[in-house]
Design a protein around this ligand. Structure first.
Ligand code: NAP
Length: 337
């Protein structure tokens, strides 16, 4: 079976996903595109020689002959498109954020549960990164006993002037928020944000770097450094201290260079390259799970909701400087996969 996919939002990541579905993975084809900028979508149709139709609105695309919709427009537009797609009974791959508020995510969960089967997967691709999967397997096998403390860093070389202080949580930390509780199989209890000495390289309206302290229900302490104008590279690190040892996220493999009396390795500057395989893997999982089980894989809409509730508390913590509680209900059986 070939899954017929439509894409709503053909900007940076939409284009990447179209390329991977067209050139790198099998089991799906792009048959429909929609974007506010018609010329961008039509350029993509030409660039990838797609046999696909342009639709002026998401509603028309959803009503067309598509089995699944990729939602990769800007965040505030996600909820409306996702709800329309679920109501039409279409499968959805939604880029993060699922919705920009926890209430919006809850509306999506309610709509999906009303349909009686899971239709949606969220684009938190780190769960499909080989390094994070190695960490997960070792943690599940209790190779270092119980995890006690995690320390992570999410560093970007630089951000543009549209990047605001809250985006450090809702856009950047959001990936750690999703992947870390999955790694240790625990829910979050609280969050606090600190502002250490600030970099001279930041924009005047921005707080950078920021340190986030998350605590899980079982008491695991997570220290996350967010530094989005670090200059030197796109650098993602994660280290787990357990009762019996330490696990570290593997470094990205890179050519070793010995030259001019120096030994060196290049680091990545572009986030797209760091998680290239993970993006491919998440789409393979989406397509294969639908074919085998009739529903997509994880992360589910519930994971999108958990991330939104945690991010909301994180933004509150940025403003208050206090420890903010993260109130999450029990995961419904519908979302236990
Ligand atoms: P982008 O380059 O701005 O692309 C979004 C595109 O969607 C733009 O062409 C935008 O037009 C268009 N658009 C906005 N609202 C729309 C609507 N209602 N219907 C159709 N098209 C609409 O942004 P991006 O970097 O690709 O990001 C898109 C989404 O992916 C964001 O939610 C972002 O957080 C997420 N993302 C995820 C990752 C990841 O690692 N998983 C990485 C990057 C981005 P305008 O330019 O006029 O708004």
């Amino acid at each position: 079976m070939t899954l017929k996919m439509g894409v709503v939002g053909t900007g940076a990541i939409g284009r990447e996903h179209i390329e991977r579905i067209t050139k790198r993975i099998s089991g799906a084809e792009i048959v429909a595109l929609s974007d506010i900028h018609q010329e961008n979508a039509e350029q993509i149709i030409r660039d990838f020689k797609l046999d696909a139709q342009f639709f002026a609105t998401d509603a028309e695309l959803i009503a067309a002959d598509v089995d699944a919709v990729i939602v990769s427009s800007w965040g505030p537009a996600h909820e409306e498109t996702v709800l329309k797609a679920i109501e039409a009974g279409k499968y959805v791959f939604c880029e993060k954020p699922l919705a920009t508020t926890a209430e919006g995510c809850k509306r999506i969960i309610d709509a999906e549960m009303k349909q009686g089967k899971r239709l949606l997967q969220v684009g938190f691709m780190r769960r499909y990164d080989a390094g994070y999967q190695m960490l997960k397997q070792a943690l599940d096998a209790k190779e270092i006993g119980e995890p006690l403390m995690l320390s992570c860093q999410h560093f970007n070389p630089q951000v543009d002037e549209n990047y605001t202080t809250d985006m450090a949580v809702v856009d950047t930390l959001i990936h750690e928020i999703d992947v870390l509780h999955w790694l240790v199989d625990d829910d979050y209890e609280s969050i606090q944000v600190f502002y250490p000495k600030q970099t001279k390289n930041k924009l005047s309206h921005l707080k950078d770097p920021q340190i986030v302290h998350l605590v899980t229900k079982s008491g695991i302490s997570i220290h996350a450094e967010i530094f989005v104008n670090c200059g030197y590279a796109y650098d993602i690190q994660c280290r787990v201290v357990g009762e019996d040892g330490i696990l570290s996220l593997p470094e990205v493999s890179s050519l070793g260079i010995r030259k001019d009396a120096k030994r060196s390795e290049n680091l990545l500057m572009d986030w797209k390259k760091r998680f290239m395989d993970a993006y491919d893997n998440e789409f393979n999982a989406f397509i294969n799970a639908i074919e085998k089980t009739g529903s997509p894989s994880y992360p589910t809409a519930w994971d999108g909701y958990v991330a939104a509730v945690t991010a909301d508390a994180g933004v509150k913590a940025q403003q208050s400087g206090e420890v903010e509680k993260i109130d999450l209900p029990e995961t419904p059986d519908f979302y236990r996969i």
